[in-house]
Design a protein around this ligand. Structure first.
Ligand code: ADP
Length: 708
């Protein structure tokens, strides 16, 4: 066990190596400081000096200085003790000494002395090795040489490792400090001194307690809780964070890890701490966190306002989240009343009870006086502490009963529709650039959301009105259909009676004059006309009441069927008819046959008397719809009436002689529309007409089934 005077004034590595060396060396070993103070002796040295093996370094040092003589037995002059000679640069090689301890025979020693230097050649300690040369102590020349070698090797390794240690420590990006068991600083690298902001005293004997160490909350830390103190108690401290308060009160935030330093025997001989300045990093992290919170808030606002349909929902989403993001006690939207310049607070507001809302009213004259401030594109801060407030701002603060506020105008197409107002920044804070930027981001979005909501509500109102009107029209239509049906139906009976009585009259009066017979014939013709009209009207009203069947219809077959009905007439007028391959449509074949019958009948009726009729029926399919075309070379019509001809009782150029009711095309249109289709016509007087019919294409699946 080496005997140490007190904690060695060397760094931890050197101390550890000297401890190891003292065990390895069989010779007496003494280590002194550069001042000549002996601080370590091994047990062999104690025995050589005639002391108990565990005598203290101080006793050994005292005996060594008092009783050691030169080879002639003369005491060393003051300041010239062997270790002092070595410290002054004189290495001692095999110096013969004479030692005269009290009550003991004289002993002869041979001494080697050498400086121990660090990596940069700087002496750190003096090492003395003492060998007995008196006959009774056995030290052969061989043993001595061996010791000498080990000594040199160890010394060299020691010096090299000490140098490496120094280099490594000083090139570390972190602060490193080593303390002894009493908490005195043995070593601190430059980075460490820079972080702590106070250079160490050169004697390196300061305690770590000289630093003002605080918890993250800023409270002083008890010395026992310091990481190094805990390490000295054997704990391993990892990543502990605290503040170091500098002389001028500024805080440096550091993270510290500390470990105990143990001797080979496991005894704690000091502690080492590694620490890093994380002030900037933590600041950045906090800023990043803040920014993330801000972004999250903005995202929430965007989402809430984009989804909201009601204006009040938008107000709520805005004021709650803005108060949170801006850290204000209140937040409210003042919306402009129509076209005048009064602004009223709207519920819901944040931090203002409904009864108090009236206080947040900006009259037209107040608005006029602050407008120039608020009509900037930038949100405006009004704060009594800024001195900005001026009379206008002060008035506003007084009106609202607040200390400070930030205003931002809501603009739609360059018209101010309202203001976002957030008041009283929490915790005595000031509105800053961040708040302004935040409002700048939110305001256009908010204005747009409010405008959209207004448009949406307006559109909804219009569509509700339109729906009501459609319902009304449909009811009237139904009533009209019902009326037509019952009237037509009821008219049939008197018509039948007229026909019956006409026949009776004809039979009961055989001697009727030609003239009277002609009148009776006229009555019958008109009754027939009336009958046709009633039939047409009944068909028309029936078409409005029935739901057409929906099935794939072979259009070409339907057209052929309709042509067959008029085969006779067509032959008579020398018609030339062409029917192309036609796509199948989805609908009611019976009703569609009615459509084509009407159109073919019209083509025959309205043909040019001097020209043989030409009729062409073709069809195309596109985008789920089929378009059928029926073209004739008849008398045509003036395009001004292209729509009129589809209205009930509308007849154009049809002369008195042309039979017709003026219901045919109206019926055709009704049937087509009941099929979700469209019909329209193009005509040129004297050239011909073309009727276009658009109908849904046949459902292929059904067609497939039909083909099976
Ligand atoms: P009408 O019983 O008079 O034929 P419609 O409703 O069928 O009644 O036709 C309305 C009017 O449209 C006709 O009176 C006629 O003037 C015009 N019209 C219909 N079809 C043709 C056609 N193919 N060529 C020219 N005019 C036509």
């Amino acid at each position: 066990m080496p005997t140490v005077s007190h904690t060695m004034p060397f760094d931890a590595t050197l101390s550890a190596y000297l401890g190891t060396l003292s065990h390895l060396i069989t010779a007496g070993m003494l280590v002194s400081t550069l001042d000549g103070e002996i601080v370590l002796v091994n047990s062999a040295a104690c025995t050589l000096l005639g002391l108990p093996a565990d005598a203290s370094a101080a006793t050994c040092a005292a005996w060594f200085s008092h009783y050691m003589r030169d080879r002639q037995g003369r005491p060393f002059p003051p300041g010239a003790l062997p270790q002092q000679q070595v410290a002054h640069g004189t290495p001692l090689q095999e110096l013969d000494l004479c030692y005269q301890a009290p009550d003991a025979p004289e002993r002869r020693f041979r001494l080697n002395g050498q400086q121990l230097c660090d990596g940069v050649g700087q002496p750190q300690a003096i090492l003395l090795l003492l060998h007995a040369v008196s006959p009774e102590l056995v030290t052969t020349t061989h043993q001595y040489a061996d010791l000498q070698n080990r000594f040199d090797t160890l010394t060299l390794r020691l010096a090299r490792q000490a140098a490496q240690f120094q280099t490594v420590i000083s090139s570390l990006p972190d602060g490193v400090t080593v303390v002894d068991t009493a908490g005195n600083i043995l070593h601190m690298n430059e980075v460490g001194q820079r972080i702590l902001g106070q250079p160490l005293a050169s004697d390196l004997t300061e305690s770590v307690q000289r630093y003002d160490v605080r918890t993250l909350a800023g409270d002083p830390m008890s010395p026992a809780d310091l990481p190094l103190a805990r390490a000295l108690r054997g704990e391993q401290v990892f990543g502990m964070e605290h503040l170091i308060r500098g002389k001028s009160g500024e805080d440096t935030r550091i993270t510290v890890s500390a470990n105990p330093v143990r001797s080979q025997e496991g005894e704690i001989i000091g502690a080492v701490a590694i620490f890093r300045d994380v002030t900037r990093r933590r600041q950045q992290e906090q800023e990043r966190e803040q920014r993330l919170l801000e972004l999250e808030g903005l995202r929430e606002i965007a989402q809430a306002t984009a989804l909201a349909r009601k204006e009040t929902t938008i107000y709520e989403a805005l004021v709650v989240r803005l108060a949170h993001l801006l850290q204000t006690e209140t937040c409210v939207l003042l919306m402009r009343d129509g076209d005048n310049e009064n602004f009223h607070a709207r519920a819901p507001a944040y931090g203002i009870v409904p009864d108090q809302l009236a206080r947040f009213t900006l009259r037209a004259d107040q608005w006029t006086s602050i407008r120039e401030h608020v009509e900037l594109d930038c949100p405006q801060v009004i704060d009594t502490r800024d001195g900005f407030a001026g009379s206008v701002g002060l008035q506003l603060l007084q009106t609202f009963g607040v200390d400070n506020m930030i205003l931002s105008r809501l603009t739609v197409r360059e018209r101010v529709i309202g203001l976002i107002v957030a008041c009283n920044k929490r915790e005595e804070g000031y509105f800053d650039e961040r708040d302004i930027r935040l409002l700048q981001t939110v305001t256009p979005q908010a204005a747009l959301a409010i405008e959209n909501s207004r448009l949406y509500m307006h559109a909804r109102q219009i569509s509700t009105e339109a729906r009501a009107q459609a319902r009304h029209l449909s009811r009237i239509n139904d009533e009209l259909d019902a009326f037509t049906y019952s009237v037509s139906h009821d008219l049939r009976a008197p018509l039948r009676a007229i026909t019956g009585f006409t026949h009776l009259l004809e039979r009961s009066l055989p001697e009727l004059s030609e003239r009277s017979r002609h009148h009776l014939t006229r009555i019958q013709v008109n009754v027939d006309k009336m009958g046709n009209l009633i039939d047409a009207l009944l068909a028309f009203s029936r078409a409005g009441r029935q739901n057409p069947e929906r099935a794939p219809v072979n259009t070409r077959a339907v057209v052929q069927e309709a042509l067959r009905l008029y085969a006779q007439n067509l032959v008579e007028c020398g018609a030339h008819v062409y029917v192309a391959e036609l796509p199948f449509v989805q609908g009611d074949s019976r009703l569609l046959e009615q459509v084509f019958s009407n159109l073919i009948s019209n083509a025959i009726k309205y043909r040019r008397p001097d020209t043989p009729l030409q009729l062409q029926i073709t069809g195309t399919q596109d985008d789920g719809m089929v378009t059928l075309q029926m073209r004739d070379n008849g008398i045509g019509f003036d395009m001004r009436y292209h729509d009129k001809i589809f209205q009930v009782f509308q007849r154009l150029n049809a002369g008195e002689t042309t039979e017709g009711t003026g219901i045919g095309l109206a019926l055709v249109r009704k049937i087509i529309e009941r099929h979700d289709g469209r019909i329209w016509a193009e005509g040129t007087p004297g050239v011909g007409s073309t009727f276009f019919i658009e109908l849904p294409v046949a459902d292929e699946r059904k067609e497939y089934q039909r083909d099976q």
